[in-house]
Design a protein around this ligand. Structure first.
Ligand SMILES: Cc1ncc(COP(=O)(O)O)c(C=O)c1O
Length: 355
């Protein structure tokens, strides 16, 4: 009988929440994506790739890397581009984790870290977030042991939305100089908060980011890693030479060169839509966690009914499955118009329940 390795056999595959659902027909507040289409100038850049007959060639990265270096203010040997930040996670974990090693992470967390740790045969130690979903700093530090080979901090965390302070990250880096520490900044463009200045001081710091969120490129798959040259040179051995496709590069370059539209979107989400939602929830006694990015966790005793009601009215949100947050859904935040639409539909559910 053909058998995979025992650690793979023991895994459960990642399953999408929605099956057989055409997400294009919905207001998609379920995966923390940018809700808007790519700007026309990005579409034009993609069309040019076809017209110039570039798609039959393997991609090359010499042109794009300096562009990303400029955007991130980083030397090129401190950068690795990846096929989405999911691949960044997998490459880093593959480099540092083997059979019996332990990865430390606070839960509930973004699931790809655990999946990749299992693929690499590693153990996962999870420290629960505090009840108010703040980062459990003391418990997290206490959980670092001799077997800890990699520390993960998601900042802000998905799904809780909460931040870890840069001071706390600095303490973790300083106290564990021999343990690599990943700081996942997938939502950097929304928060403006980064550990990047710590890179110069701490060679154990590895930052990952993505073009899937603010840049509206989730379908194109582009992420990147910022780390010391010692680390990036090792990671390049694992990423295959052509893993990042040329469409992702063309779109990312267009977004970096012409940031007005995605930046306006980020401003609207953070300065208009988010306060709108918070004041609506406050006025209607709906409990939620104060997230730092373009999504929030909302609690409801009738969580499944709310999620169904929203879906029946054309809006997708993400019901959470982790034990501590089983009565919540994660709500992505889009434009002010979309937020008003969510509020109207959500309110209809509340009224139905009162009547
Ligand atoms: C915290 C975090 N990290 C990484 C990712 C993966 O993003 P991608 O693989 O699309 O770059 C996500 C996506 O939701 C995320 O929330």
């Amino acid at each position: 009988m053909i058998q995979v390795k025992p650690n793979i056999a023991a895994m459960t595959a990642y399953t999408a929440v929605w099956k057989n659902l055409d997400r294009r027909k919905y207001l998609r507040l379920d995966l923390n994506e940018n809700t808007q289409p790519l700007p026309e100038h990005v579409n034009a850049a993609l069309k040019r790739l076809i017209e110039e007959q570039s798609l039959q060639m393997y991609p090359s990265y010499e042109h794009f890397l300096p562009k990303l270096g400029q955007y991130t203010n980083t030397e090129l040997d401190h950068l690795v581009i990846t096929n989405g930040s999911d691949q960044a996670i997998h490459i880093i974990l593959t480099a540092f984790l083997g059979q019996g090693d332990t990865l430390l992470i606070a839960e509930p967390e973004f699931p790809i870290f655990s999946l990749s740790a299992q693929i690499n045969g590693a153990n996962i130690r999870k420290v629960p977030y505090n009840e108010d979903m703040s980062f459990p700093f003391a418990q997290f530090c206490d959980a670092i042991g001799d077997d800890t080979k990699l520390i993960v901090i998601i900042n802000p965390n998905n799904p809780t939305g909460t931040l870890v302070s840069i001071e706390q990250i600095e303490i973790i880096l300083a106290e564990n100089p021999d343990i690599p520490v990943i700081v996942d900044e997938a939502y950097f463009e929304f928060t403006g908060i980064t550990s990047q200045p710590l890179l110069a001081k701490f060679p154990n710091l590895i930052i990952i980011r993505t073009f899937s969120k603010a840049f509206a490129m989730a379908g194109l798959r582009l992420g990147y890693i910022l780390a010391s040259a010692e680390i990036t040179s090792q990671l390049y051995k694992i990423r295959a030479p052509f893993d990042v496709n040329c469409c992702a590069l063309a779109a990312a370059e267009a977004q970096i060169d012409h940031p007005a539209e995605w930046q306006a979107y980020v401003r609207e989400v953070m300065a208009v839509s988010k306060p709108m939602l918070e004041s609506f929830f406050d006025q209607h006694d709906v409990s939620y966690y104060l997230g730092a990015a373009n999504f929030m966790l909302v609690r409801s005793k009738q969580r499944d009914e709310v999620v169904r009601h929203l879906r029946e009215h054309g809006i997708l949100v993400r019901p959470m499955l982790a034990t501590a947050i089983q009565d919540t859904f994660r709500l992505g935040i889009g434009t002010a118009l979309e937020t008003q639409r969510f509020i109207d539909v959500f309110q209809r559910f509340q009224h139905q329940k009162v009547i």
